[in-house]
Design a protein around this ligand. Structure first.
Ligand SMILES: Nc1nc2c(ncn2[C@@H]2O[C@H](COP(=O)(O)OP(=O)(O)OP(=O)(O)O)[C@@H](O)[C@H]2O)c(=O)[nH]1
Length: 328
């Protein structure tokens, strides 16, 4: 088969892009490569890319990049319309834009809106649709590699990377309705007397308890917070709040929700939590150590409670010696 003209060069470059996309093992780098694809193929056009990186069907895609920043109501309108039309494989024309629903396993996790100045069946758009699928599939593969298989929470390997991103100021900052500055908090959460659950009911029921606690955590925190399975029956949460008292209240609500939940066969299960505010100059190990100290305090005080690290050194001259003091 002989390919001629721009078609041949586009297909050759399409294969090269596809290889480059599938080679990316880091989400930020993958986004950059797809950004390059868009800027090459849509060089003189305006466009917006919206992606749902949670891969949860109940979460809407959010603007990721582009030269055409759509106003929020228009995004919403397009998303609603494109959900209905998401069964379509290809570009649709709507509101003066070409819309490409980007799908993974039958569900729409992205939307590319391009200024309507190209023929909908041009080879450029065919190539773009193909590369968008390669991109979303690779994004989904990276996403699933970050998940714990039992609970589908983020896994321990992803934890350090996320903390480093947040400490470097790259964490996702939510623009809520207030102008109040929000800080990041780390909470370590551990199921109380979990060994007894295993001993009394067996490991299968033990695993079910871990899974149900994980589901409660996902439910009790916001979609933009990060919930990790840190180890066996220990979890970590990275979340934003406008004050330490609100962060404590969030954890307290979560503690109560789990204490009031009736676990099949086992009945009541409680959790202990420890929390620390994330400062700019901290190391990951130091942060975890502080949250763990607060967690051990909760355990030591009788379990089923929340402790802030800051409460441990009240009355001390300075917080910076606390990492070395013996608490118990
Ligand atoms: N079923 C199940 N058990 C696990 C898993 N990971 C760890 N465990 C068990 O969790 C138990 C944790 O016990 P401990 O560390 O003694 O803590 P605990 O009994 O929860 O007591 P406190 O933390 O002091 O309240 C151990 O028996 C582990 O074998 C898992 O994935 N599934």
């Amino acid at each position: 088969m002989v390919l001629i003209g721009t078609m041949e060069s586009e297909i050759r470059c399409g294969h090269e892009w596809a290889i480059k996309l599938t080679e990316q093992l880091n989400e930020t780098e993958l986004d950059k490569v797809f950004g390059e694809v868009l800027s090459v193929l849509l060089a003189d056009l305006q466009y917006s890319l919206l992606i749902n990186k949670t891969f949860r069907v109940d979460v809407a895609p959010r603007p990721l990049s582009g030269k055409l920043i759509l106003p929020e109501p228009q995004c919403q309108e397009l998303l609603e319309r494109s959900q209905v039309l998401a069964q379509h494989q290809f570009f649709l024309v709507s509101s003066g834009l070409l819309l490409l629903p980007i799908r993974h396993k039958q569900a729409m996790f992205g939307l590319l809106a391009v200024e309507n100045r190209l023929a909908p069946n041009s080879s450029k758009l065919v190539l773009l649709a193909y590369l968008a699928t390669v991109y979303i599939n690779q994004l989904a593969t990276l996403h699933h590699a970050r998940l714990d298989p039992l609970t589908e929470l983020l896994n321990r390997q992803t934890f350090e990377q996320k903390v480093l991103e947040i400490l470097a100021g790259e964490g996702f900052l939510v623009s809520r309705d207030t102008q109040v500055e929000r800080s990041w908090y780390l909470a370590m959460i551990d199921i109380d007397h979990f060994k007894r659950v295993n001993d009394n009911y067996g490991h299968v029921i033990g695993d079910e308890v871990i899974l149900l606690v994980a589901q409660q955590l996902k439910h009790n925190f916001r979609a933009e917070d990060y919930v990790f399975r840190y180890g066996g029956e220990e979890f970590a949460v990275l979340f934003q709040c406008d004050s330490e008292s609100h962060a404590l209240a969030t954890l307290e609500r979560n503690r109560l929700a789990i204490a009031n939940y009736r676990f099949p066969q086992v009945g009541e299960v409680t959790i202990s939590s420890g929390m620390v505010e994330m400062g700019d100059y901290m190391q990951v190990t130091q942060l975890v150590h502080r949250a763990d100290q607060a967690l051990y305090h909760s355990k030591h005080q009788g379990r089923n409670q929340v402790t802030a690290f800051s409460a441990l050194y009240q009355g001390q001259e300075s917080g910076d010696v606390v990492d070395d003091i013996e608490l118990f």
